[in-house]
Design a protein around this ligand. Structure first.
Ligand code: CA
Length: 498
């Protein structure tokens, strides 16, 4: 047997014959043998220059989960990759290049990939008006995970004629919440899970924090105080935070590794009469900024949730600055949660700002049990041999990183440090915001999937993850440095690139 014949045989055994795969792709629409899936189109795609040739399959997973799957026609690595959807989902975004909800980076590594709309359709960010019955809420909460998994395995079997050798799940924000749910509620489905900037405490984030942020930013007549123009003051606030917080972690490097330990003082920032001046704050502005850093408290002064971290100011424009005519993304998300997802029965005419921090907190419990991903008992996931990497931007002003720290601590309390180290590690990323928006101050590009593969398939646990600046998107090198992320409670450090 010649070398070429051996190679063909090997490829045939390893990833199926590509002509068969292509044929299987072309006839899939006509195949009515998939009990869990309604295929609407299935065709080979070879004109995407940045992607390998793939079988693009669109359709619906029963009962109502829209999806797109992309399966490599040549060079399948034998593995499966499932993405979680962000925000309130509702859209299928296979080409969205975010840190963890994307699928194309996995497709390029040879994975059979799938992404979904979470079981409902919507057309705008913050739209939660689909959440009017419990079935669709349960699917969004977590049932989308096993339903998609089972459907994807049926599709993979039809295309390649066998099961995947490894299965991975990855998501950011709500996708990160789903990732944690996968470990907690479906512990035997995935060998590896990436949970990025996870909104683990969705009821607290969407109910308590979001209503606080909205209310903090309204003046007595209901007008927005920090609007779009306030972006001119964000560099000054960031500078103020770095000056006060950078050194607390023991390393003066321009990055805040312990924002949760820093109480930012605003007194030294000059007062001003005119909101437009970028180097000072009006009395009203100072009050709002104070409330954002402090987080929600009740009338007795008790802290009810985390505060927005110092160092996150550069991202406030995207998430928190807007007005009635042009609301911020954070405002849209906040206005969607309480009326449609916050309570078991949707209240009539309820606004997020109606939420009463003294009397309404316990009303979030019922939906919290459904939506939140806070169960620290990962014993079954650990016993099944699963590995999970959680990561969180420490300058995320929307989904606050302290919930990941507290969750990790709860898991360690439950299972012990050594057991936890064997299967679950948390990496905090200083200066990084929420999943996507702007480049961070320090390097923020990691290849988490490669790191996780090494852990799952080669037993190489990540003691250090390299973070680089992104030079590919036109922003250029951010700082000429390279980041080394370490498992919490260890902290990241930076060194010059060489
Ligand atoms: Ca520092």
């Amino acid at each position: 047997m010649s070398f070429l014949e051996i190679k063909i045989l090997f490829l045939g055994l390893f990833s199926g014959i590509s002509s068969d795969i292509k044929a299987n792709c072309e006839i899939l629409t006509a195949v009515d043998l998939l009990p869990r899936v309604q295929i609407s189109s299935s065709e080979p795609v070879s004109d995407r220059r940045e992607l390998p040739e793939f079988c693009q399959i669109k359709g619906e997973i029963r009962p109502n989960i829209g999806f797109e799957a992309r399966l490599p026609i040549t060079g399948w690595n034998g593995k499966y990759f499932q993405a979680g959807c962000g925000g309130y989902c509702g859209q299928i975004l296979p080409d969205r290049e975010t840190h963890s909800n994307a699928i194309n980076h996995a497709l390029r590594r040879g994975y059979a990939t799938i992404t979904t709309d979470g079981g409902h359709q919507s057309h705008s960010i913050g739209d939660a008006s689909w959440a009017t019955n419990h079935e669709v809420e349960r699917i969004y909460a977590s049932e989308v995970i096993p339903l998609t998994y089972a459907a994807a395995l049926e599709i993979i079997d039809k295309i390649y004629g066998r099961k995947p050798s490894y299965s991975y799940f990855s998501g950011c924000s709500n996708g990160g919440r789903l990732a944690a749910k996968a470990a907690q509620e479906y512990p035997s489905l995935f060998n590896g899970i990436i949970s990025g900037c996870p909104v683990l405490n969705l009821s607290g984030s969407g109910g308590i924090l979001a209503s606080h942020v909205l209310r903090a930013n309204l003046d007595a007549s209901g007008e927005t105080i920090l609007d779009e123009k306030f972006k001119a003051k964000l560099p000054m606030l960031e500078k103020n935070s770095i000056a006060q917080c950078d050194a607390l972690d023991g390393n003066i490097d321009g990055a805040i590794q312990k924002p949760q330990d820093c109480f930012v003082i605003l007194n030294q920032i000059p007062d001003c009469d005119h909101a437009e001046t970028p180097s000072c704050l009006t009395v009203d502005e100072k009050k709002v900024v104070r409330k954002l850093y402090d987080g929600p408290v009740n009338s007795a002064g008790e802290k009810l949730f985390y505060g927005i971290p110092p160092g996150s100011e550069r991202y406030w424009e995207v998430w928190h600055l807007g007005n009635k005519e042009k609301p911020s993304i954070g405002t849209l998300l906040a206005e969607g949660f309480l009326p449609f997802l916050g309570f078991p029965e949707d209240p009539d005419g309820f606004n997020a700002t109606d939420f009463d921090l003294d009397n309404d907190i316990s009303k979030l419990d019922a939906q919290g049990r459904l939506l939140d991903a806070l169960n620290p008992d990962l014993k079954a996931f650990s016993k099944a041999g699963g590995k999970m990497i959680m990561w969180h931007g420490q300058a995320d002003p929307l989904v606050l990183h302290e919930q990941s720290i507290d969750y990790y601590t709860d898991v360690v309390d439950k299972l012990g440090k050594n057991t936890t180290d064997d299967f679950f590690r948390l990496f905090l990323v200083p200066t990084m915001g929420h999943c996507w928006e702007l480049p961070a101050k320090m390097p923020d590009r990691m290849n988490m999937l490669q790191v996780l593969e090494n852990w799952v398939e080669n037993g190489s646990a990540p003691d250090e993850i390299i973070a680089r600046s992104n030079d590919d998107d036109g922003h250029g090198s951010l700082s000429g440095k390279i980041g080394k992320l370490r498992p919490y409670p260890s902290l990241a450090s930076y060194s010059d690139q060489n």
